[in-house]
Design a protein around this ligand. Structure first.
Ligand code: NAD
Ligand code: ZN
Length: 344
C-alpha cells in the first residue's frame, strides 16, 4: 500500500510503498477514507535527532477515518464496512483518567509504549491503518469522512479547550481566538455554537482573518504591535474573558497575557514553545492559564454531533496521497485555508 512517511530527520514527508498491515488480536484494520494534516506534524518533523522520540520511519496522520475492512481475532460488535473516525490520543484504557474517557490524560500510556497513530504508532496517511481497540472508533454514520476527519483533532482539541473554559464564556463575555488556521477556524465556530460570547479573531494573515469572519468571528484584529490596544478597545478596556492561543509562540502568548481580563482564562493550545509567566505582577488577579492536550472520547462524539446538526464545519482542501508532500509544504508556508485533508 501507499503511505506518507517521515523517514529521515530533517527530510520532509515522502510517499512510499509499504506492506499492508494485518490486524492482531483485538485490533481493527480500516481502509482509510480520509486523513488530515496538522501543524503538529511539522513540529515533530522539525525536532533535532536528540529530541525526536516518535520512531522512524513514521507513517504520518493522527487525524484519521476509514471503513472497517478486517477484524483481528476476538473483535466483536464492529461491522465490516462501517464508517468510523479514529479517536487518536490512545491511553491504557483501565486507569482513572481512561475510565472517564480522558485517554488524552492517561498517565501510563507513555510508560506502556502506547502512542497515538501518526505520533508513534503508524498513522492514517496511508491506504490502510490499524486501530488498537474498538473503543477508539466513533461511528460517522452519514457524515462525509473527508469533511469531518479533522474534527478528530482540529475540532476535538479546540472543543476540549473551549468546554473547559465554559464558565468564562457566558453571554456578554468576550473570547479571543489567536491563530485562525486548522484548529482556530473550527474553534471560532465551536465558541459560537456553545456560548453567547463575542469572538475576536487574531492572525498575522489577511486571508485567515477573512476566513475567521466567514466562520463567525464578530471582529478580526491583525496580530501586530497594535493588537493588544485594538482588543482592549473592542472590550471597552476590560480585556477578554477567555483567550485561546492556537499558535503558542512568544508574540501570541504575550498578547494573551496583556488582553486577558481580571478573573479571565488563557488556554495555550499551540505548541510554538512560548512561555507565559503567571503570578502577581504578571497576569491579572484571578486569571487562570492552562495548556490543554487533545480531548476525551466523549468530547469527540460531541464535536461530531455539532457537525451532524450543522453547527460547525471544516473548510477542507482536498489532496490525493501522492499530493501529500505538496499539501505539507503549503501547511508549512501558512497558505492552507482551513485544513488540508488527504483522501486516498
Ligand atoms: P495552522 O498552521 O493550520 O494554523 C496556525 C495559525 O496561526 C495560522 O493561521 C497562522 O497564520 C497563525 N499564526 C502564526 N503565527 C501567528 C502570530 N504571531 N499571531 C497570530 N497568528 C499567528 O496550525 P494548526 O494545525 O491549526 O495547529 C495550531 C497549533 O496547535 C500548532 O502549534 C499545533 O502544533 C498545535 N496543536 C496542539 C494540540 C494540542 O493538543 N494542544 C493539538 C493539535 C495541534
Ligand atoms: Zn494535531
Amino acid at each position: 500500500m501507499k503511505a506518507v512517511q517521515y523517514r529521515e530527520i530533517g527530510k520532509g514527508p515522502e510517499v512510499v510503498e509499504v506492506d499492508t498491515p494485518e490486524p492482531g488480536p483485538g485490533q481493527i484494520r480500516l481502509k482509510v477514507t480520509a486523513a488530515g494534516l496538522c501543524h503538529s506534524d511539522w513540529f515533530v518533523m522539525g525536532l533535532p535527532a536528540e529530541q525526536y522520540t516518535y520512531g522512524l520511519p513514521l507513517t504520518l496522520g493522527h487525524e484519521g477515518a476509514g471503513v472497517v475492512d478486517k477484524l483481528g481475532e476476538g473483535v466483536e460488535g464492529i461491522e465490516l464496512g462501517g464508517s468510523y473516525a479514529i479517536y487518536g490520543p490512545w491511553g491504557c484504557g483501565v486507569c482513572h483518567a481512561c475510565a472517564q474517557g480522558k485517554e488524552n490524560y492517561c498517565p501510563d500510556a507513555a510508560d506502556l509504549g502506547i502512542t497515538p497513530p501518526g505520533l508513534g504508532a503508524p498513522g492514517a496517511m496511508a491506504e490502510y491503518v490499524i486501530v488498537d481497540d474498538k473503543r477508539h472508533l466513533v461511528p460517522l454514520g452519514d457524515l462525509d469522512p473527508v469533511e469531518v476527519v479533522s474534527l478528530t483533532d482540529a475540532g476535538l482539541t479546540p472543543y476540549h479547550a473551549i468546554v473547559s473554559a465554559k464558565e468564562h464564556l457566558h453571554a456578554g463575555a468576550v473570547a479571543v481566538v489567536i491563530g485562525v488556521g486548522g484548529l482556530g477556524h473550527v474553534g471560532v465556530q465551536i465558541i459560537r455554537a456553545v456560548s453567547g460570547a463575542t469572538v475576536i479573531a487574531v492572525d498575522v494573515s489577511e486571508e485567515k482573518l477573512e476566513l475567521a469572519k466567514e466562520v463567525g468571528a464578530h471582529h478580526v484584529v491583525a496580530s501586530d504591535e497594535h493588537a493588544v490596544e485594538r482588543i482592549r478597545e473592542l472590550t471597552g478596556g476590560r480585556g477578554a474573558d477567555a483567550v485561546f492561543d492556537f499558535a503558542g509562540v512568544q508574540p501570541t502568548i504575550d498578547i494573551a497575557r496583556q488582553v486577558v481580563a481580571v478573573d479571565g482564562d488563557i488556554q495555550i493550545v499551540g505548541i510554538g514553545g512560548g512561555i507565559l509567566a503567571t503570578g502577581f505582577f504578571s497576569t491579572p488577579f484571578g486569571a487562570s492559564v492552562r495548556a490543554p492536550y487533545w480531548g476525551s472520547r466523549s468530547e469527540l462524539m460531541e464535536v461530531l454531533d455539532l457537525a451532524r446538526n450543522g453547527s460547525i464545519g471544516v473548510h477542507v482542501e482536498r489532496y490525493s496521497i501522492d499530493e501529500a508532500p505538496e499539501a505539507y509544504a503549503r501547511l508549512h508556508e501558512g497558505t492552507v485555508r482551513g485544513r488540508a485533508v488527504v483522501a486516498p
